[in-house]
Design a protein around this ligand. Structure first.
Ligand code: ANZ
Ligand code: ZN
Length: 808
């Protein structure tokens, strides 16, 4: 009959479902393992092969962990609120809930076809009232903790989506969703005080096994700076002061002018009459620009003199005060002391406006009077700085701040770039914010017993463009009674942003059908934290930061007992076609549906794995998939032809034994190291060898081969397993082990050096990757001792020969 995936695949999927093989048991005696995919937003265009990549590798890992003896939770759900469903509703007139339901059905059938072991009994949907009831409950906790507050502020406003946007939703000055240029609009907004968690969000990154790149992106987003606030009095106006934030108080003697953000409140007060018209015109223009345009490094600097002067508190010098759009109102104090000698932006500005440039830092050996052709931002000692001359930068900072502090003119401070989170949208398709406005009692939270605040049916989804959500037009929704005084009151009509539901869905999977509480603490403490989280790197600062924030809040509220949600993170690379990222708008999307029909799921899965190292972008090659299909046919034939003989044979010859143990070792290690592409090669090698040699295959070898193959090609492996005479599933089998005795020639001894000096030797797998060798090497006692107190610059690995750790 041969290999017929279209027959065996649906058959085994049905059998697995019936045997409830994919369901994670809360009361299992096995250790738990929680492997989670970033759940998808069910868009109208379905899944393409690029989406499959992450799901396939998380499924391989989940199945592998299960065979290793873990009770694996591998759930799936839908991030179902958000703008696209609503934009569709406006365009096509379909209610967002109907459109979303249809998309979910399509996504689900695609995912089922993939043969992934998702536990569908735990499926959740963030737009269902049973779920968002608890998203609202969490909001009430935030409100109660003083972490949700209302503020009138200029927010990012997308004129085309007609809604406010979080900073994170503005990419290069444009709306992340529609690409329109983002403007500013003053609105009363619900905000979340994520800044109160800035330090913990930063410090706890250290404990996570995440790609360094992602940790760095989060750290930069949080943007901690240590510096000082320094006050400058205004000349002839001693009752007014400008307070600046600086990270370089050591350069105070080099300040040659001051800059206020154009929207700074003092501008009004200090501007001289002759300058007023020009200052106002400049400020108007600046306000129209986005923060990003204003910060662009390469942009030429512009500004306007106010006519006023400030007094340098360290030496009494008079400094002209400018306004300029490179200084932002919402960072630090919205005012700076400008030091053109040592700051690039100030240097460019000073050049443009012919302001003095003074050197106050010099490298040892450099003449303190050497002219500056560009800002000098390196290390050195203070010069032209009075009694502080000769101090190195760090000492200079401390000494100057201490001196000013004594006179009440400064204090040391820490500042963060992270802003509070605009947590309101003027749109329909989101969670209603559960608050009520009463003329007598002010803002009153909806009582817990009255949750959820249901999203009412509306006729028109179009944003009003007035800054109010479409909910504001529904009288029956808006008019309510105050829970406190029972007088007439109005409901809040803003909804939560798209990110709200995904901030805690990973917790809900532990107890998805709980009606009383968001989850039972016991179940969440059992399954969480997530052991392995897999998804795209595009979520490095958005979802991943918000989810960490919510987790910490729930921890502080004693709702959960851990304060980081995701222990390990893996970012899969993108799939491209002719070098371009697959996307619907480019019209270059490859759908897995026809491929599955033509080749079967297992072939597509195998190709997704084989396409390249999983963390690296890879080119989709429609022709290479034929090769995978032929390979799986060979696997089928090998087992079919050899099963009968193998079942009778208990003894294997040495060549077969060696091949078996090598296969087990390679597959095991490479799955652990997420080197799935090379796992596929290990199978190819093995099958090739077995065919060439027409070797006498024994039962144990064939069984080990099939078990090892099962995470990658589950349907085919199940079929082969049954050919070997088993009546229960291969996924109830135990992962085979290998004996190093058979593998000695696959290992090499390498030398470990620190800065080129030999510290130790160790044995590693011939093909072990750098990360793994580095981890092992660092852990050796002699090496650890040599690394103590040093900063690792980088490891260098000459495969099979030496590992050199460069330190500073
Ligand atoms: C004087 C100085 C001298 C500065 C020098 C830098 C170098 P980070 O590290 O990003 O926190 N700054 C402060 N507030 C600002 C604002 N609202 N808009 C634009 N720039 C602002 O940067 C802190 C530095 O950025 C501060 O230190 C200030 O310039 C500037 F050689 O003060 B500095
Ligand atoms: Zn009231």
């Amino acid at each position: 009959m041969g290999y017929e995936p279209n027959i065996i695949e649906p058959k085994w999927r049905e059998a697995w479902r019936e045997a409830r093989l994919n369901e994670a048991r809360d009361d299992s005696s096995r250790p738990k393992y929680y492997c989670l995919d970033m759940f998808p937003y069910p868009s109208g265009s379905g899944l393409h092969v690029g989406h499959w990549r992450g799901y396939v590798l998380s499924d391989v890992f989940s199945r592998y962990k299960r065979l290793r003896g873990y009770e694996v939770l591998h759930p799936m759900g839908w991030d179902a609120f958000g703008l696209p469903a609503e934009n569709d509703a406006i365009k096509k007139g379909i209610h967002p809930s109907l459109g979303t339901a249809r998309n979910i059905a399509n996504f689900k059938s695609q995912l089922e076809q993939m043969g992934a072991m998702f536990d569908w009994t735990r499926e959740i949907n963030t737009s269902s009232p049973e779920y968002y009831k608890f998203t609202q409950w969490i909001f009430l906790q935030l409100y109660d903790m003083g972490l949700a507050y209302r503020k009138e502020m200029p927010i990012n406003w997308c004129p085309s989506c007609k809604t406010g946007l979080a900073n994170e939703e503005v990419v290069d000055g444009a709306c992340e969703r529609c690409g329109s240029e983002v403007t500013k609009k003053n609105l009363n907004q619900w905000m979340l005080r994520i800044t109160a968690y800035a330090e913990r969000l930063l410090a706890d990154l250290d404990s996570l096994e995440w790609p360094e790149k992602v940790k760095k992106m989060q750290a930069n987003w949080i943007g901690k700076s240590e510096g000082a606030r320094i006050r400058f009095v205004i000349k002839d106006c001693a009752d007014q002061q400008i307070e600046v934030f600086t990270t370089r108080p050591d350069t105070l003697y080099g300040a040659t002018y001051m800059v206020l953000a154009p929207e700074h409140p003092l501008v009004e007060v200090i501007t001289k009459d002759e300058q007023r018209a020009a200052v106002q015109a400049y400020a108007r223009d600046a306000l129209a620009k986005s923060a990003l345009t204003r910060q662009m490094q390469d942009k030429s600097k512009t500004g306007q003199f106010t006519g006023a002067y400030a007094v340098n508190p360290i030496n009494g010098e008079a400094l002209p005060i400018y306004i300029a759009d490179y200084v932002l109102m919402d960072y630090g104090t919205g005012a700076i002391m400008a030091v053109p000698g040592h700051d690039e932006r100030d240097f460019a500005f000073a050049k443009a406006y012919q302001l003095p440039i003074r050197r106050v830092i010099a490298e040892p050996g450099v003449n303190a009077n050497a002219p500056l052709l560009e800002a000098y931002t390196g290390e050195g000692v203070l010069v032209h700085s009075g009694s502080f001359d000769g101090l190195v930068i760090a000492e200079g900072k401390r000494a100057i701040v201490a001196h000013l502090e004594k006179n009440g003119l400064a204090e040391a401070v820490v500042s963060y770039k992270l802003r509070d989170w605009v947590f309101a949208r003027q749109r329909y398709w989101g969670e209603p914010i559960p608050l009520i406005h009463c003329a007598n009692c002010g803002t009153v939270p909806v009582p817990e017993a009255d949750l959820p605040v249901l999203l009412p049916d509306v006729k028109r989804y179009e944003p009003t463009g007035t800054g109010e959500s479409p909910l504001a037009a529904i009288d029956s929704f808006v008019h309510t009674v105050c829970p406190k005084c029972h007088g007439p009151a109005r409901r809040e009509t803003d909804t939560m942003p798209q990110w709200a539901g995904s901030c805690w869905y990973f917790l809900r999977f532990a107890d998805p059908h709980n009606k009383e509480q968001l989850f039972s603490k016991e179940k969440v403490d059992h399954w969480l934290p997530v052991d392995m989280y897999i998804g795209g790197v595009e979520h490095a600062v958005l979802h991943l930061l918000y989810a960490r924030f919510f987790t910490k809040v729930l921890y502080d509220r004693k709702v959960i007992s851990f304060n980081e949600p995701f222990l390990r993170l893996f970012n899969q690379g993108m799939l491209t076609l002719n070098g371009a990222k697959m996307s619907k708008s480019k019209g270059n999307v490859v759908s897995p549906d026809e491929l599955v029909e033509r080749y079967g799921t297992d072939t597509v899965r195998l190709y997704e794995l084989f396409v390249g190292p999983p963390e690296v972008d890879a080119e989709w090659n429609p022709r290479a998939i034929d090769g995978m299909s032929r390979f799986l046919s060979r696997v089928y034939r090998l087992v079919e032809e050899r099963a009968a003989g193998a079942l009778g044979r208990q003894q294997a010859d040495r060549a077969v034994l060696k091949a078996r143990h090598r296969l087990i070792k390679h597959v095991t290690e490479r799955i652990e190291w997420f080197r799935f592409n090379t796992v596929v090669s290990a199978f190819m090698e093995f099958v090739g060898e077995m065919q060439d040699q027409s070797a006498a295959l024994d039962r144990e070898t064939l069984e080990a081969f099939v078990i090892c193959l099962s995470p990658l090609a589950p349907h085919l492996a199940e079929e082969c397993w049954r050919m070997l005479g088993h009546s229960s599933s291969v996924f109830l089998a135990v992962w085979p082990t290998f004996d190093p005795l058979y593998l000695q020639e696959d290992e090499v001894e390498i030398v470990i050096q620190v800065n080129g000096k030999i510290k130790d030797r160790m044995t590693v797998a011939m093909d072990a990757p750098l990360d793994n060798v580095f981890e092992q090497g660092k852990a050796r006692e002699a090496v650890a001792r040599a690394l103590d107190g040093k900063t690792i610059v980088k490891p260098i690995y000459v495969a099979g020969k030496l590992l050199n750790i460069v330190v500073r």
